[in-house]
Write a protein that binds this ligand. Structure first.
Ligand code: ADP
Ligand code: ZN
Length: 682
């Protein structure tokens, strides 16, 4: 027999290998094969009696066993083809490698009191375990085998997640509103392959609908995948799913330790896991017979894998899967993507609206001008008022660091990353200038033009907001959550939940979906920042940011308040967001998109050219595609990345533009990447 094996290398089709006599190899198995002088792990994509390659074949060296189901294998191959990368590379990035689950640490699962009582008993029968238990009590390191023994006895438990959180939610049976009931019935009774959009403001009971629909799928013997755009939203959804589903619900996301990732993946593959919560990569979990794919906050751009191939959107993956494996897709949001609402309006997907808030109150939103100070007088007064009543405050700013720009005091030149040409950001935490593109840190930079060493610092990042809040409110507990502090995310969110944090400053990762009843005031520090992006989605992003901020305030008993600092209060994205009027925004945005022929009235494909002569190569490629009849925008020169020049083309076309490009470019030239339906153009 001959096996075709997809190997994790770019631009390569699968290779043929001989299956040695007596070796059990099937489609989806992971195998080790020789390639030149190397030996690589790959995945078997087909097995057949005759080779497609005429030369002499080498034998497979080793079999590891099943790694992916046939359905998900086909899915990943399709996703790979759509983003012009090799199936092997895509499989290598999406199918987790086998790894030993190793607990990062163990925790007591009994009270310290009980543990001390057990110590005495154990020290007679199992002294090694007693020593391990004593170490746990003292917070010290202990022997792994003994800890595992303690965990089998239920005295300790391994902690595998990179964050912890108050993860218990009581099960609450609510009686559904009429609107919720209709949505649940429609979703639960739908044919496979259908997509639904559940449109309702924060607190309108969308999550309750997701969980009831998931329960219905599980009751029919099918699986349920519940997705969030950000890791920080998973603990809450997961806790509610665990309480509501009567089912083992696993967590799956990119930052999981490798052993845990493989454990969850393999459990799905073996049919031992039927429900999971995760971020975009969980859309590929090989659950058997998936019955429902839920995407909460479906308009969030984080659902798109846009910085590394294979490029995909979790919504697209879920829809491909539901078409092939059955099951339905349930999208939910208070501010859906323009594309999804457009599809709903045209009847391509079914729309359900939740118009009543079942929890909390709509917040009062005020637009105030940005002033000299980081926190406007209005925001300061409101903070005083809310904090003195025992409320918590959330402050958003979409940029990390302390000062976001520096100009030479001698010649006025802006300090830029030598490799990427973007302005350097000053970070207080390690007192250095950093490039947000390549990550390079420059502790003592000099002006590249005149050698000057003194800079005028300007611009506003989250660190500076945190600093200002601490200066103005010295007695408060202030925390910051952005990607610089993400490792402490669990502690920070727990601190917020327990009321130990009064003010949380963060980038948008804290903004979405967080459900903390004591947050009564949300401040958007600079609503104009996203508006100035040279991207046709700038308005949509701005609307989403302000709308999400409004969704965070007033989830509990107390009415919420939102203060948005902006110098463009009349811009439609900001105005409609302040009024909580998604449809108003949508109509105006749609007119603009139609006038310019942008999505959803067209499809875009982004072609990125990297390396020496990128601009010239992009120009030639663009000319070639124009001759072949494509509508080409650009080439536009992008800022380089770590010294590598970059340019891009945008191809505009209809539904079949990706397929057309695939035929026009059967093999991609070196240094060229293709991202279909990009969500960011800069
Ligand atoms: P969303 O996902 O739209 O923000 P949730 O589903 O989280 O809304 O609902 C908000 C709160 O209201 C939750 O605490 C939820 O348990 C509760 N809830 C949801 N539906 C109902 C209902 N029909 N009756 C009473 N409470 C409800
Ligand atoms: Zn750089």
């Amino acid at each position: 027999m001959i096996a075709r094996v997809a190997l994790p290398i770019p631009r390569a089709k699968p290779f043929d290998y001989l299956v040695p006599e007596g070796m059990d190899v099937e489609v989806g198995f992971r195998v080790r094969v020789p390639l030149g002088k190397r030996s690589l792990w790959g995945i078997v994509v087909s097995v057949s009696p005759s080779p497609s390659y005429p030369g002499e074949l080498q034998p497979i060296q080793e079999v590891d066993g099943p790694a992916v189901s046939g359905e998900v294998l086909a899915l990943i191959q399709e996703v790979a083809a759509r983003s012009f990368v090799s199936p092997g590379l895509s499989l290598g990035r999406l199918v987790p490698p086998r790894a030993q689950a190793r607990a990062r640490r163990y925790r007591l699962s009994v009270s310290p009191h009980k543990a001390r009582a057990l110590l005495e008993e154990l020290s007679r029968k199992a002294p090694a375990q007693a020593r391990a238990l004593a170490a746990l009590l003292a917070g010290e390191r202990a022997n792994g085998a003994s800890l595992r023994a303690l965990s089998r006895k239920g005295i300790a438990r391994p902690e595998v997640l990179p964050f912890s959180f108050p993860l218990r939610e009581p099960r609450r049976e609510v009686s559904l509103t009429e609107e919720q009931r209709r949505a649940v019935e429609a979703v639960a009774g739908a044919e496979g392959g259908e997509t639904f959009l559940l449109f309702g403001p924060a607190g309108s009971g969308k999550t309750e609908v997701y969980l009831r629909a998931a329960r219905a799928a599980l009751a029919q013997g099918r699986g349920a995948l519940l997705l969030e755009p950000e890791v920080s939203l998973l603990p809450q959804l997961w806790a509610r799913a665990v309480a509501s589903l009567d089912e083992d619900v696993s967590l799956y996301f990119g930052e999981l330790p490798p052993g845990e990732r493989w454990r969850v993946w393999e459990a799905a593959l073996r049919g031992k896991l039927r429900a999971a919560c995760g971020t975009r990569s969980a859309a590929f979990l090989p659950l058997k017979r998936p019955g429902i794919f839920v995407l909460d906050e479906e308009g969030e751009p984080a659902y798109k894998q846009g910085d590394m191939a294979p490029y995909y959107h979790a919504r697209e993956v879920a829809e491909l899967r539901s078409a092939q494996e059955g099951g339905v897709v349930l999208l939910g949001s208070a501010s859906p993507s323009v594309e999804s609402y457009f599809r709903a309006e045209r009847g391509e997907i079914r729309l359900f609206r939740l118009t009543q808030r079942v929890a909390g109150h709509p917040p009062q939103v005020r637009l105030v001008p940005k002033g000299e100070e980081v926190l406007s007088p209005e925001l300061q007064t409101a903070m005083d008022r809310h904090l003195s009543r025992g409320g918590q405050v959330l402050l958003f700013l979409n940029r990390r660091g302390f000062f976001t720009g520096a100009a030479c005091r001698t010649c006025g030149a802006i300090l830029r990353c030598p490799g990427c040409a973007v302005p350097l950001v000053f970070h207080l935490a390690n007192r250095s200038f950093r490039c947000h593109v390549c990550g390079k840190a420059l502790p003592r930079p000099r002006c590249p033009h005149c050698g000057g060493e003194r800079f005028r610092l300007f611009g506003l990042g989250t660190e500076r907001v945190e600093f200002e809040v601490k200066r103005l409110f010295p007695s408060l507990a202030v925390a910051r959550l952005d990607s610089d502090t993400a490792a402490k995310r669990g502690e920070i969110l727990a601190g917020l939940a327990h009321g130990e944090i009064d003010v949380l400053v963060g980038t948008q990762m804290v903004g979405k979906g967080l459900d903390f009843p004591r947050i009564t005031l949300v401040g958007v520090i600079d609503a104009d920042m996203l508006l100035s992006f040279p991207d046709f989605r700038a308005g949509e992003r701005t609307f989403q940011l302000v709308a999400a901020a409004a969704g965070r305030a007033g989830r509990g008993e107390w009415p919420g308040e939102v203060i948005v600092q902006t110098d463009q209060p009349d811009h439609y994205a900001i105005r409609y967001a302040a009024q909580g009027d998604y449809l108003g925004f949508y109509r105006e945005e749609l007119r603009f998109r139609e006038a310019l022929g942008y999505p959803p009235f067209s499809h875009l494909v982004r072609i990125l050219v990297e390396g020496k002569g990128a601009l010239r190569k992009a120009g030639e490629l663009g000319d070639d595609l124009t001759r072949k009849g494509f509508e080409v925008l650009g080439p536009a020169e992008l800022h380089p990345k770590a010294g590598t020049p970059r340019s891009q083309l945008l191809i505009k076309g209809g539904k079949d533009v990706v397929e057309g490009l695939r035929q026009a470019l059967p093999t991609l030239p070196h240094g060229v990447k293709v991202d279909p339906d990009p969500l960011w153009l800069v």
